[in-house]
Design a binder for this molecule. Structure first.
Ligand code: AMP
Ligand code: MG
Length: 420
């Protein structure tokens, strides 16, 4: 067994992150690309817009023809035709002429501006209004007005996104508009989740004396999914080495990229996870100087990175936040691995034991200041302290007493801050 080491959170995180690398790339339809990270640059093959078009329902004109137009002194133009969106205009404007045009329709030859319908005597409010032979233009427009030129948004040949770019809904939209239906992205991390403990029963079971329901594997599956990764539930292992081993082998067969377990890594008599990892893995047991979440097993099981979290639900969740979340994001190819942080005024007086402490808190924004209030009982088994929280406020290492009104840093686990 590797000797238990005392590490700071930052030291532990650095070691965890050094053990994982972005997963290989795979080409997926853009419908499945949300939240994933590009593994290649995207170069535009087309310009966007692909052709000059009108940004208004109106009349395509030659701006020079309407320079003198005023509301009380309109200019008359002969209407040559109608251009609907999706059609190719066959009209060429001559001096003194116009063409009715719809939003998004291609500009005809000879036109260099659009007069919105509102600025003509033909605001065609009723449907199926016939094309007028002539319109009166009540306002001057300049060349380019209400015209969206070719390539205004994207020029063909431009690198629109680099490898490493996170695909959000707006990126998916840009890819679609460029005709890029499939993209190369990092594979979704597959995370094997194991709960251990003889006291655990499944969610659908009726409580019996001495038993509690396994909440960690459900909460962790949700945490994994929230990161765009795939949870592989390995079930609950009893406090027996053979059972732990058997469940971990299911994970190996499933090709997991990371093992995350909860419980069985502290100094209890039945902490069998420890025993299995010592025999078949390369694992160190750390005491991380944090609260909650002191014990942490880290290493690999048969070559797969292994993070053994403490059993208490809040400890497991906070340890997941600090160590597993960044590791999963890195596997998925992300470069932004940390949550946003803000400076908060902590409203209460609070004591700590000198370890880096994560206080479950509600952060609100009042009068230009972020104010944090703890969510009450901070016991590492009190999972409702997380339900109420939108932030983890950090009491730094070495600080044992925080006076009310002190300035602290908060990790925002939800953003924007709560308004309740
Ligand atoms: P351990 O690390 O095995 O000593 O467990 C610490 C505490 O966490 C004990 O009170 C366990 O009952 C509890 N615990 C362990 N695993 C889970 C789980 N999957 N869901 C809920 N509570 C758990
Ligand atoms: Mg236990």
């Amino acid at each position: 067994m590797a000797a238990a080491e005392d590490l700071t959170v930052d030291e532990a995180l650095a070691l965890v992150l050094a053990s994982v690398a972005p997963l290989p790339a795979t080409r997926v339809p853009i419908e499945e690309a949300l939240g994933r990270v590009l593994a290649e640059a995207v170069v535009a093959e087309d310009s966007l817009p692909p052709f000059a078009n009108s940004s208004m329902d109106g009349y395509a004109v030659r701006a020079a023809d309407v320079q003198a137009a005023r509301e009380n002194g309109p200019v008359a133009l002969r209407v040559l035709g109608d251009i609907a969106a999706g059609t190719v205009p066959e009209i060429t404007l001559q001096p003194g002429t116009a063409a009715r045009i719809m939003t998004g329709a291609a500009m005809p030859e000879g036109a260099d501006a659009v007069v919105p319908v509102e600025d003509t005597n033909e605001p065609w409010r009723e449907p199926a209004r016939p094309l007028p032979a002539e319109i009166l233009v009540g306002r001057a427009v300049q060349a380019g007005d209400y015209v969206r030129p070719i390539g205004e948004d994207i020029q063909a040949g431009t690198r629109v996104m680099e490898a490493g770019h996170l695909l959000r809904p707006q990126e998916v939209g840009v890819l679609a508009s460029l005709g890029v239906g499939r993209v190369l992205v990092h594979r979704r991390p597959r995370v094997g989740l194991l709960s251990t403990g003889d006291e655990l029963i499944a969610v659908e079971e009726t409580l019996r004396p001495g038993k509690i329901r396994d909440s960690n594997s459900y909460a962790q599956a949700a945490q994994v999914m929230a990161l765009g990764a795939v949870p592989i539930r390995l079930g609950v292992a009893a406090d027996r080495e053979a059972d732990v081993r058997e469940k971990l082998h299911i994970g190996l067969d499933e090709g997991v990229d990371l093992f995350v377990s909860s419980a069985g890594v502290s100094v209890g008599a039945y902490d069998v996870v420890k025993a299995v990892l010592e025999k078949e893995g390369n694992v160190g047991f750390w005491r991380v100087r944090m609260r909650p979440g002191k014990p942490l097993a880290f290493g690999n099981y048969q070559g797969v990175t292994y993070l053994g979290l403490p059993g208490n639900p809040v400890s497991a969740m906070v340890s997941f936040e600090r160590f597993v979340r960044p590791a999963i994001l890195k596997l998925g190819g992300h470069s932004q691995l940390s949550r946003p942080r803000v400076k908060v005024v902590f409203a209460e007086e609070i004591d700590s034991d000198g370890r880096e402490t994560y206080v479950r808190a509600v952060v609100t924004h009042k009068d230009d200041v972020y104010v944090a209030v703890s969510t009450g009982s901070q016991g590492s088994h009190v999972l409702t302290s997380m339900v109420k929280a939108n932030a983890l406020v950090i009491i730094p290492e070495g600080v044992k007493h925080v006076a009310a009104g002190s300035l602290l840093e908060a990790i925002m686990i939800d953003w924007p801050p709560a308004v309740f």
